[in-house]
Design a protein around this ligand. Structure first.
Ligand code: NAP
Length: 248
């Protein structure tokens, strides 16, 4: 049976790499995005060119009504979701905690935490055997920041990823008997646009000497870990974490 996968924030970066790899492996894909419609459409085109099935759906994961719209659109246009990657995430300008205001904290927590909870909620409603579903798999994208804390950069972001770790552990136990596995990947320093938002596009050049493997990672290297956790190869793995960090 064809598996149907929603990847939040998959117009670019890790989400886009995961969408393309998952399509190669036979998943039908919902490419969710916030603003970059053309980028999302180009991922859909790439998937269709290899004979896959995909749709692009704009939805802000921090907005409850838009998350409901996202999942309803997938129900109507792709079929019942069997896999979710909670990937959409943001960070803001690097600064110390003493300079962070509530508006910034709320933006980061709304997208990274609330967004992941809302998407997990909609996925569980559809996947849980308790609700007549056929089971499924959820992979949350956390970060090595949840272990490292991101001092002088974005402790708010690191804290939001700590929340994702707790979501992963708790939800994995809550739905383990209902056919749903919940795991997380913790990427380290990956070469994507996210570092532009922090005000340091070349951040990987600065930090690579502190990474045991002496380089940043590529989005595809994260995608491969995500795909393993989604797959039946990981059938007895739930509440687990894979660090994709070059040893950091
Ligand atoms: P990215 O290149 O900045 O891409 C972010 C993606 O998320 C884009 O597709 C963007 O859509 C989407 N997005 C942002 N806010 C959204 C919202 N409110 N609703 C829906 N979609 C939204 O990011 P990335 O580096 O691939 O990061 C992906 C995930 O990995 C994030 O959770 C991030 O925290 C995590 N991570 C990244 C790194 C790293 O070094 N790159 C390390 C650890 C963890 P638009 O294109 O429409 O803007």
């Amino acid at each position: 049976m064809e598996k149907i996968l929603i990847i939040t924030g998959s117009s670019r970066g890790i989400g886009a790499a995961t969408a393309c790899l998952a399509a190669e492996r036979g998943y039908a894909i919902c490419v969710n995005y916030l603003h970059q419609k053309e980028a999302a459409n180009s991922i859909v085109d790439a998937i269709e060119q290899i004979g896959g099935r995909a749709i692009a759906v704009a939805a802000d994961v921090a907005c409850e009504a838009e998350v409901t719209h996202l999942f309803n659109t997938v129900d109507e246009q792709l079929g019942k979701v069997s896999a979710l990657v909670n990937n959409a995430g943001i960070l803001e300008q690097q600064m110390r905690v003493e300079n962070m205001d509530a508006a910034r904290l709320n933006r980061v927590f709304a997208t990274n935490i609330t967004g992941s909870f809302l998407c997990a909620r909609e996925a569980v409603k559809r996947m849980s055997t308790k609700h007549g579903g056929a089971g499924g798999a959820i992979v949350n994208i956390s970060s090595a920041a949840s272990r490292l804390g991101s001092p002088n950069e974005y402790i708010d972001y690191a804290a939001s990823k700590g929340a994702i770790d707790a979501l992963t552990i708790g939800l994995a136990k809550e739905v383990a008997e209902e056919g749903i596995r919940v795991n997380a990947v913790r990427p380290g320093f990956i070469d994507t646009d996210i570092h532009v938002s922090g005000g340091e596009p070349n951040r990987l050049e600065r930090v690579k000497e502190f990474i045991p493997m002496k380089r940043g990672g590529q989005a595809i290297e994260v995608a491969k870990a995500i795909l393993w956790l989604l797959s039946d190869e990981a059938s007895y793995t739930t509440g687990s974490f894979i660090d994709v960090t070059g040893g950091k």
